[in-house]
Design a protein around this ligand. Structure first.
Ligand code: ADP
Ligand code: MG
Length: 570
């Protein structure tokens, strides 16, 4: 069985291909499809993943980590309390492990292979880090699929359309992706992608947070005295307000900050006013994708909204304004990508229900090498970018260009590989280089052929060949900054193996306690007392080890928590 995984900044989901040629979402241990992408270290140093870790962001911010997807492909290290250090791919691996366990539980069989989605704009290093995360979780990553392509796949199937061009507008927690896809005779082709991998729902949350800080300052709260816990409580309140404002026009919440109760208020018009700068940032990738696809806006069959942040009413309004039509969101915007990854997994398994469909993808960046431009014989611009594979070329693709030596008698050439869109290599990303001997020729320049092959997983192979000697050198862009070596992966596997993961059968209890602890911190007065009593009763029931009693008290405790959380869910 190959599973499909949406490894999101905020939430992750796992799904499996089904007999009908569609996909089925797999619930986690709490019966939810969305698992928060959060990892926390419990007091006994065992690892908690998902909802309990998310609650602990508030109660134990120094032992809990979220949003690490943004650092995939970098050397960033996270310290979780007592010196245990994690890399972003290790944290991602813990999420993947937890999803894998959910699927194994659901299927009653081992799961060893997965298709994982990545933002279309993920660089080579970020893609490799995602593969490594899979490997660390004990999963063979048979394919990485761009998130919008996955959403389109889910959407295309759902609509059962034969011929259509649509634009996928995906605003998640940390990334914004735009893709234009064309479906024709069951073949889906990505015509263009663009995006911003530093723009998402989190940035909208920052806007609210900034306003809250101002409100606190105006009410005389000394911001520099706030504890880490106050700050995470404020952040949780901003997140809560943001989500609430998607359905209501104003929110007002009392909150205890720095031992004082203050009221923080916010409303939709103010939110929309303060979000103008972010809304402008959405424009650029949209325009770029439309231009690259060479497609008049009117010819799009549909505009599809994906990602939780598209639930903010200003997003569909903005999209309707730009595209002069109402965007679609028939599939739950949180689930479309996961469903698509599982459909891709079904395609990969050559399941007969999927036989009819093929999916092609595109190179997200332009790839090329550094060349020299002789402006005059004495004035040479040595930092010019010569594109070999243009962005948005369907993959897999192989392209060859011929270059020549700069000087007569030159006996070697250096081929420096870059990705990016600028004419000057200084502004593009360096990926690696090849040194290559060429026959010393005093009469004329020596020709060198450079071949670039880019595969469906976004891995680039470069081959250089001297046409007169036949000598070849090649490079698989492997050592991008921020990726792990084979030895490091082995070590990391051992380290993760040694971690205590919270036992699945106890997760439900642990999570309810985490939730109780969070609510205790968030509430005051009568509610706080009720939460406290519920926690005590639950602890006593757990201590009795009487499973009938535990089940009964658990239900009661959940009822109490739900009541209080519904009124004051900070
Ligand atoms: P990712 O793919 O990055 O994990 P998701 O698609 O799960 O992201 O979207 C998560 C983002 O959507 C978060 O920033 C979250 O706050 C936001 N979000 C989820 N539901 C809503 C809602 N109802 N209103 C506004 N924002 C929402
Ligand atoms: Mg997403």
């Amino acid at each position: 069985m190959i599973v499909g995984i949406d490894l999101g900044t905020t939430h992750s989901l796992i799904a499996i291909p089904n007999e009908e040629g569609g996909a089925t979402l797999v619930p986690n241990v709490f019966g939810d499809f969305l698992t928060p992408s959060v990892v926390s270290l419990d007091c006994d140093d065992s690892v908690l993943v998902g909802q309990p870790a998310h609650d602990r962001l508030i109660t134990h911010p120094d032992r809990s980590i979220s949003c690490f997807k943004r650092d995939m492909g970098t050397d960033r290290k996270y310290r979780l309390d007592i010196g245990r250090i994690f890399r972003p791919e290790e944290l991602s691996a813990l999420i993947l492990k937890s999803l894998k366990a959910d699927a194994e539980h659901f299927l009653g069989q081992a799961v060893e292979e997965a298709v994982i989605s990545v933002p279309a704009y993920f660089s080579d290093a970020q893609r490799k880090a995602t593969r490594v995360a899979g490997e660390l979780a004990g999963l063979r990553v048979s394919r990485l699929i761009n998130e919008p392509s996955a959403a389109a796949l889910a959407y295309g199937l759902h609509k059962n359309m034969d011929e259509a061009t649509f634009l996928v507008f995906d605003l998640g927690g940390g990334t914004f992706d735009v893709s234009i896809l064309e479906m024709f005779d069951g073949v889906m082709e990505v015509r263009a992608t663009a995006g911003n991998n530093r723009l998402g729902g989190e940035d909208f949350l920052e806007i609210i947070l900034r306003d809250f800080h101002e409100q606190l300052a105006n009410q005389g709260v000394e911001l520099s005295n706030l504890h880490l816990q106050d700050l995470s409580r404020l952040r949780a309140l901003a997140e809560f307000s943001k989500i609430k404002l998607s359905n209501e026009s104003a929110v007002e919440t009392p909150v205890v900050i720095g031992n004082r109760e203050v009221i923080l208020a916010y409303n939709r018009p103010r939110f929309e006013e303060q979000s103008r700068r972010l809304m402008r940032l959405l424009r650029d990738p949209l325009e770029r994708a439309i231009k690259d696809a060479r497609l008049p806006v009117d010819e799009l069959s549909d505009v599809v909204l994906v990602g939780g942040a598209t639930r903010m009413p200003m997003i569909p309004t903005f999209a309707a304004h730009i595209f002069r039509r109402f965007p679609k969101s028939d599939i739950n915007p949180d689930q479309a990508i996961a469903l698509g990854t599982a459909i891709q997994a079904g395609l990969k398994m050559k399941h007969k229900a999927y036989r009819e469909r093929v999916m092609t993808d595109v190179a997200p960046y332009t790839l090329g090498i550094q060349v020299c431009d002789f402006l005059t014989p004495n004035d040479v611009d040595k930092r010019v970018f010569s594109p070999i594979i243009d962005r948005n070329t369907p993959v897999p693709v192989s392209r060859t260009e011929t270059y020549s030596t700069m000087y007569l008698g030159q006996d070697q050439v250096k081929i420096s590989v870059y990705q990016g869109e600028s004419r000057s290599v200084n502004k593009n990303l360096f990926l690696g280089e090849i040194l290559m001997p060429v026959p010393k020729n005093m009469d004329e320049p020596e020709p060198i052929e450079v071949r670039f092959s880019y595969n469906v997983d976004g891995i680039l192979e470069v081959e250089a060949k001297s046409l007169s000697s036949g000598e070849m050198r090649s490079l698989v862009v492997e050592k991008s900054p921020g990726t792990l070596s084979k030895e490091q992966i082995k070590k990391s596997l051992r380290d993760l193996e040694a971690l205590k993961i919270h036992p699945r059968d106890q997760v439900v209890n642990r999570t309810l306690l985490s939730r109780g602890e969070r609510m205790f911190e968030q509430c005051i007065g009568k509610d706080r007392k009720r939460v406290n009593e519920a926690i005590s009763r639950y602890r006593a029931a757990l201590a009795s080890q009487d499973s009938g009693l535990i089940d009964q008290i658990r239900k009661e405790v959940i009822r109490v928590f739900d009541e209080i959380d519904a009124f004051k869910p900070i």
